[in-house]
Each structure stands twice: as C-alpha cells, then as structure tokens.
Design a protein around this ligand. Sequence first.
Ligand SMILES: [Ca+2]
Length: 458
Amino acid sequence: MQIYWILVLLFLQVEADVTLSTENSFERSAVRTQCIGKLQLNELIGWVFRFQHCEVTRDEDDERCGAICYPVVKPLLRYAALCQGKDASINDLKDEIRKKDVYIAQLESKLEIAKSMETQASKQMEDLKVQLKVNEMLKQMEHLKQQTDAKIKSSYQQLKDKETELHLKAIKILKIEKDFKDREAEIFDKKDQISKMEMQTQSREVQIQSKDKSIRELEDQANSLKQKLKGISEASSCLPFTNSTKIHTISLPGIDPFVVPCNSSVSGSGWTVIQRRVNGLVDFNRNWIDYKLGFGDLRENFFLGLEKIHQMTLLQPHELYIQLQHVNGSTSYARYDDFKIGSEEEDYKLKSLGKYSGTAGDSLNYHLNMKFSTLDRDNDTSEKNNCAKHHEGGWWFSYCAQSFLNGKYYEDGKSGTSGDYGIIWGSWQKYNYEISLTFSQIMIRPKTLKNLYFLMNK
Ligand SMILES: [Ca+2]
C-alpha cells in the first residue's frame, strides 16, 4: 500500500512536470521541488498514519494496484491536482489575508495613531479655543484695563487738580487765618488803646467837666458883665462898627432893636446919624408920633426918632456933632460934648449939650432945656404962636429958633423974605434967616465908656 501512494506521488510529480513544461527550466525546477516537497510531506504523513497496519507485500500490491487502481485513481489524481492548485490558491489567499491582516493591523495601528492624533488635535483644538477665549478675554481685559487706566489717569489728573486747588485754597485759608489773627491782634491793640483812651477820656472828661464848670462860671460872669455893658457898648450905638459908614442894627434896653446909619468918614469912627437933609424929597412937617418914632429914608433924608435918641442918651453920655453945608458948597460944624434929651413924659426936652466946639457957632444952646414941639404939639415959649406949625417942622422951639434943621427944604438955599424958616443955623449965616442950608447931618457918639468897649474886645 505504501508503495501505491508513492507511485501516486510520482505521478503527481510527472503531471506537474508536464504542466510546467512551457515554463523556463530554472523556474520549473524550483516550483517542482517545492511542490514535491509539500506533497511528500503532507501526503506521506497522512498515508503512513492511515495505512501503517497494511500487511500486503510490495510485489503483490504493485500488481493489483497497477491493474485495478489506475482507472480509479486517475480522476482522483486529477482532483488531487486540482485540489493541489486550490490549496495553492488558498495558501495564496491566506498569504494575502495575512498580508491584509498585517495591513489591517497597520491600518488599525495607524487608525489608533490617527485617533490619538485626532484626540490630541481635538484637545489642541479645545486648548486653542480655550486659548482664543482666553486671548479674547485677555484682549477685553486689556481694553478694560486701558479704559480703566484712562479713567484712573483722568481721575488721577482730576484728583491732582483737586489736590492743587485744595492746596491753593489751603494756602489762601492759611493767609486769611494769618490776616484774621493779625486783625485780631490789631483789634486787641486797638481795644487796648481805646480802653486807655477811654480812661484818658474819662479823666479828661472829668477835667473838661471841671473846666466846663469853670468856663460856665466865667461865661456867666462874662454874660453878666456883657449884659451890664451891652446897652452901653457894642449894640447900643455905631461905636462897635469900627470905621463903618453903613446901616447897622443896634439894640437898647426897653425897646426893639432898630437900624441906624453909621458914619466914620467925618470926624472919626462910631458916629450914629440921627438926622440928615440932602434934598426935599421927604416932608419934615410931621406930627408928634412921626417925630417920636422917626421917619424918612435912612440912606438920605430922615429923622431917627425922639424915643430912640432919648434911650441912647439915657443909657450913656453922648457927644453931638452937627455938620452943615451951604448951597454954595461951604461947610461947617458944631460939636457938643454932652448931648442928652428927656423922655416923652418930658416932651423930649433938650436936657444937655455940654461944651460947644466947632466952626458954625453955637446956635443950639439957645434951645437948651426946651421941649420938643411939632405941628400938633405946641411946647414952645411963644404964647401966641405954634412955632413948629408956623415953620413947618418939629424942633426944640423956644420963642421960635436960632437953629432949626428940620425946616422946609429949599433947593436954591433961599427961604425968601416971608420970615418963614428954611434950614437955618443962625450963628453961621449971621442970623440971616432968608438963607436955607442945603445939607445937614446930626450925629451922636457915646463918649465916657467908649474906651471901655475897646478894652473889652481886646
Ligand atoms: Ca406956643
């Protein structure tokens, strides 16, 4: 039996040689060797195991086998050859499968690597996304930081400015405080000074009060003295109005103040004019009341008034000055050093003349102690006549007159031959009563106390 299978194998070897006869010798040899080796190995092993107990001899078998088996084995051989080819294909396929497996394993390995790489990439992507988010956040934070920095910078600058402003204000406040303290110190000093001054003032006030008291006492004494001297000095005549030839107001005890013309241009200062004739504009043929109170224009023709003259001459002794002028321009005067007339109760009697001096002659002494007469009051010594009425003017008529300065005014200086008086001063015109003077002025001046006035005003 074993020999049979060896023949089969040799047959297969022949078939293989025939099949590959068209191939090149080198390659056929290699393939045959390889195929025989494989068949021998595979089939011999199977064959040995399956037929190891075969007891037929080799010669017998060979004969039987040759005759019986060949027709049977021949399709088997062909099938075996076909199977051998299939096995080779299968082996090839297995090899291919192994290669594919290897390739698949490689691919799987690569896939694993790829998956790993994908995982890494995904992780990296996530990391990148995170990084991007972080970068975006960082960028936003940077922007916020810049904005915050800008705000902080602005706020810092504002704070800086505020600090500077506060610093300046603090300096101002310090200066104001210093000024305030200085002022306080000044005020304190001033208060101290004021306190001292108040004390001094109080002391001085005491002194002043004492002096005021003394002054009041002196003033009272002076006022008393002035009151005593008032009527006899400055206000009672023109004497205080030194060198004046104007109209002034004087006052006398018992009557209202009145105005008088003063004259300092004829015979020294301080004369009070009591009568004047310069033209015929004022009628001197007046009644008692007129002569008592006075009349006319103080600037020209006037009579001051018997009551005023009485009060003036009553208060103190007066001197008398009579100024005369002829129509031809010649002048003269008569002066008496103690002129005084009585009260109305005494009919304003010419009570005193004193000592005469002058150039006109003494034509008034004839009228001494005569009462004053007016057209309505006959106080003359003529029993049959009213001299004042007859000669049209008031005067101290006796048996009429040697002087009469209140007579009718004649512009040509002549009263005519009728015997009626004009303005006459007999002793100066040689008792020619046809002559009427064209100017007369009677003035009086205190005499005995005039020096006292000057002493009081020094
Ligand atoms: Ca008479």
